[in-house]
Each structure stands twice: as structure tokens, then as C-alpha cells.
Write a protein of this length. Sequence first.
Length: 377
Amino acid sequence: MLPADIPDDAHLIELIDHRDIPSVTIALGSSPLPQDHERVRIALRDAIDEAERRLERQDLPHGAGRAVIDALGSLLTDDEFWSRQSRSIVAFASPGRLEAFRLPHHLRDVITVGDRFDVAPLLRATTYPERAFVLQLAEGLVRLTEIGPDHGPVEHPLDLPDDHELMLVHAVNDGQLDRRRAQGANGDRVEQERYCRVVNDEVVRIAPDHVPLVLSASAALEPAYRAVNTHAALQPEGITAHPESLDDAEIDRLAREMLDGLRAAETAEWKERFGTLRSQGLATSSLSEVAAASAQAAIDELRFDLDADDTGTVDEFGQVRRADADSGDAADAPRLVDEIVSRVLHSGGRVRAVRNRDLVDGSPVAATLRIPVASPR
């Protein structure tokens, strides 16, 4: 599995709330392939050089800029950090602080310098899962593969006992002979479940419980596996084709169809619920109304466009102040969506990054509310 340094909500809030001058954020593409690491290091060095040029144009406390650049530069020689890479790097640095995250999906390059971190790349990690695991299960076949937003099936080795397949063998000789044979094609139900339980333990060790798991099992083993399954995201509908008949191309196609169907169904259900709540004054897609609701801790769930990049601030009353695009400072100004997300997380609300097509009215935000909120004047 690719490294994924996803912060929990408490850590994310702390990063959002961070204030220090200067604070630098760098996000850039990486690669899990060792042969690509030198190229990525060069890209990171170039990004650090660009951040240094921006810092030199600012009036900073003595030595503050150099301390931040030196901290970022230490990543270039951190062999442990480079020993396992993912598809993107996000680095945050301020005087006395350095944090780096590896994310399993591609991000656009970002370099910002200001009094806070640009947490947008991490917020984008809250998007609907574009990963899935497929478990092929039959007598003599146990295979777990992962698909991602930009890669086909990648097999994950399973650490199963050497005698795992013998669990399906049923003794019928009262122990008089060493020779054993299977009862039926796959032993009896007790033996099938014991066999599947060992597989399940390995699956849950590897596959995160929030990532969909699709089962492709033989007719004899499917009910046994579902009976012992403990993976929270095992899909109720499996792949009906026999697991031994599936090649990687077919696994990739079927898993992506399943993900598309899940996303479409979940989005349709959410839009229907959103429309019902909006008619009751408990949902809105207006940016100004969402900002006002976030200031009043009134948002239950916020969905936002993961590509939204309008900059500005939201004051304590929820009033939006957009950054002046002609001032030259807009590139380093905070994103409006991030300001709203911070308030929602602080108040215990849920956030979800989605594509704009999965929102409503073409707005970059949509929120369901705990209480009605008056529109800002």
C-alpha cells in the first residue's frame, strides 16, 4: 500500500489554526518508484528556492526566513523520508516547525508564503474514495488487489499460514489413516468459515476500513466469507464472475464501475436530502450564507469543490472579504473555502471535498444546517 499520511480532524484543525510569520507551504507531485526520486528531489529543491525568493521580498524578523528554508532543505537529505514515497508531497514549515505528508493521489503544485499554512492539499484528501480493494477468493486462490485514481490493480501479498488450504480438508477416517480428503468441493461450513476468517484477518490488516472492498468469491465460499467479515466497507454486491476467470483488466473495469455507481448513488441521495432540507431553510449553496452559518457553528455537513481557489477571508461575523486579484498578494492569500472548513471542523461538523458536478447550482460550497440561519446583509 502506498504511504498515506492523512491527519485526523484534530491535527487538521491545528494546522488550519496555525499562525506564524513566515509560514511556507509546498505541495508537489512525487512517485513511489525509487528511480523517480532524484527527479522529485530536484523539483522540491526548485520549490524551496522559489519560496526563498518570495521570503527575501518580505520584511521578516532576523533569521526567520533562513530558519524556514533550512528546515525545508533538511527534507532533501532525509533518507528515511525518501525510502517510501507516494504520489504527492505536502510540506509545512515555519520558525521551529516542519511537517511533511505523503499523499496517495496527485496534487497540483503549490507554493505559498504567508502567516499561515495552505491546508488545501490536505483538505482535498477528504474527497470521495477513488480507491477500492478486490478480493478474489476460491479454493486454491486468494488474491487481494487495489485500484486507485491513476493506477490499475496492484497486488498486495497476503501473509497466510503455509497450511491454509488444508483448512478446507475434512477428515473422514476417524484418524485411522493420515490420508485426508475434502468433504464436498470445499469442506463443510465450519471449515469454510475458518478458512475465510484467516483471509479476513489479512484483508483488514491491509485494506483501510473506509476504502470499499469488493468480493469475488466462489459460490461455496462467498456466504462463508461474508459471515466472518469484519471489514466495514465490504460491498453488499460482489462480482458474480468466478474469481479464477478474472484478469487484471476485468478487475479494474468492474471495480471502477462499482465505485462510479457508489458515488452516483450517494450523490443522488445527498442531493435529494439537500433539496428537502433547503425547502425547510436548513440547507444552502450560497457562499455568503454558508460563510455566515460557519461563523455561527450552524453547519452539520459541508461539501466543497476540491478545485475551488477563490482567495480571501471570513471575519468573525461570517462576512466574506475577497482578496484583491490585482494587488499581487492573492496567490498567497488564504482560500475562502479553507476558512469556512476550519470553522465547520471546529464546531464538530463534517466536511467532504467533491467535484463541482457533485454540488448544486454551480456553487463551490453546499451545506446542510443544524438550525436556520439568517442571510447576511
